[in-house]
Design a protein around this ligand. Structure first.
Ligand code: HOZ
Length: 429
């Protein structure tokens, strides 16, 4: 494939945008080469600036559950835009989407809309601190909750790819209140709680981790976390930015059968527009301004275009719940197909999958936490990424990310992907 125009656009972008991108992972630093500049997308396909078409497994890092430029979502945005794009005043549609979201997720009474997953997680933690009158939080190595200061401590996703899991600019004062735990290691969490009795406001966790590849919780881990929170009056925050409205109508909470105290959403709840949200039972949410003392605000919060896109998206997922089963089956098909091919070619690998999230690790040991994820062979991953790209398949440009399956992918697309793996696998070593 030719990427001449993408490379030219990247060179131009680097003159005026740091690293040529507005979010680091996009720069391809983890895999080498120049990033692909996308021109448009429809359904399961991306069309780049050089005229190449690519089967998309990023899906805007999750939200395109129904595929790109899904007609009801696009139409909802067009119609809304004709009536004004931002008011900084309440609108009816905010209540409409709030009612729908609350009806889909069993344990939330109220929801506040913000503009991104970062904002949602940041605000959820502030609320937890305000509610409990405690300062410390527990987060897990390799989990990524956006780029607000408290979370850039052993963070996953681009933060680890670019060697800044602990970013300069985060003060020691902020960092000291973030306690770091190992994913899937309950004893470790228990020890941290025991050493900080009565000081921990919340545990924030991706209920299925998606920023160190896809790492599902091992049996008993999330149940154990819930029990530890209950026993120690700690609030449990699920970061469902990737999993919310994807793994089930009620997200990972429904799939795992665990109820969090506060849930952070993003991406999906805006149908791909810039939206985040956080939600909880009434008692907790009433601590937010203007009802309570915990402050959070924003002119673009509840923006009409974002609300229209999100509402159109949630309505489809609510009205056609068979979509969840369908994308899960497609993901399983892909998993089995890729496994078969890699096994036939004797390529050491581990595939992690939960629902419609999946990741391929070139590692022989189980990938259950950040440490084991980091043991994957990155040189092989780079070759795999570029090989797949040459075959017209776009996967996340880092081993520390997840592939997201959309309903727009056909079994023919999946077969093409498996066939591409077969070709690429010939040349991996
Ligand atoms: N941190 C995001 C994925 N985990 C990537 C965001 C982006 O580049 O769009």
């Amino acid at each position: 494939m030719i990427y001449k125009r993408s490379s030219a656009l990247f060179a131009e972008a680097q003159k005026v945008i740091p690293g040529g991108v507005n979010s680091p992972v996009r720069a391809f630093k983890a895999v080498g080469g120049d990033p692909i500049f996308v021109k448009e997308a429809k359904g399961a396909y991306l069309y780049d600036e050089d005229g190449n078409s690519l089967i998309d497994y990023i899906n805007s890092w999750g939200p395109m559950i129904l595929g790109h430029a899904h007609t009801p979502v696009v139409n909802a945005v067009i119609e809304k835009a004709k009536k004004g794009t931002s008011f900084g005043m309440p609108t009816e549609i905010e209540t409409e989407i709030a009612e729908l979201a609350v009806s889909m997720v069993s344990n939330i009474d109220k929801i506040r809309f913000v503009n991104s997953g970062t904002e949602a997680c940041m605000s959820a933690v502030r609320l937890a601190r305000g509610f409990t009158n405690r300062d410390k939080i527990i987060k897990f190595a390799g989990c990524y909750h956006g780029h607000s200061d408290s979370f850039l401590i052993q963070a996953g996703s681009g933060a680890v790819t670019f060697g800044s899991p602990n970013s300069p600019g985060v003060t020691a004062g902020t960092a000291k209140d973030t306690l770091l735990a190992r994913y899937n290691d309950l004893d470790n969490v228990k020890n941290i709680i025991d050493s900080n009795k009565g000081e921990i406001a919340c545990i924030i966790i991706e209920p299925v981790a998606g920023n160190m590849g896809c790492i599902p919780p091992v049996e008993g881990f999330m149940e154990g976390i819930r029990a530890l929170c209950d026993d120690n009056d700690i609030l449990l925050i699920f970061d469902e930015v990737m999993t919310g409205f994807r793994l089930a109508k009620g997200g990972a909470q429904e799939l795992l059968g665990i109820k969090a105290d506060i849930v952070a959403f993003g991406k999906v709840i805006g149908g791909g527009l810039p939206v985040g949200a956080f939600a909880a039972r009434e008692e907790i949410m009433n601590h937010l301004a203007p009802l309570g003392p915990v402050y959070q605000a924003g002119t673009l919060s509840g923006n009409p275009l974002a609300m229209a896109a999100g509402l159109a998206m949630l309505k489809e997922l609510n009205d056609y719940p068979e979509i969840f089963d369908s994308i899960n089956k497609k993901t399983q098909y892909l998993h089995e197909g890729i496994s078969k091919v890699l096994n036939e070619k004797n390529i050491v690998h581990t595939i992690n999958r939960k629902g419609s999230m999946i990741s391929v690790h070139f590692s022989e040991e189980a990938v259950v936490d950040f440490e084991s994820a980091a043991k994957g062979n990155n040189d092989i991953f780079k070759k795999f990424f570029h090989g797949m790209l040459a075959q017209g398949i776009y996967i996340a440009p880092s081993a520390f990310e997840t592939w997201f399956i959309s309903e727009a992918l056909t079994y023919d697309d999946l077969d093409k992907t498996i066939a591409a793996v077969s070709i690429v696998a010939e040349d991996l070593f």
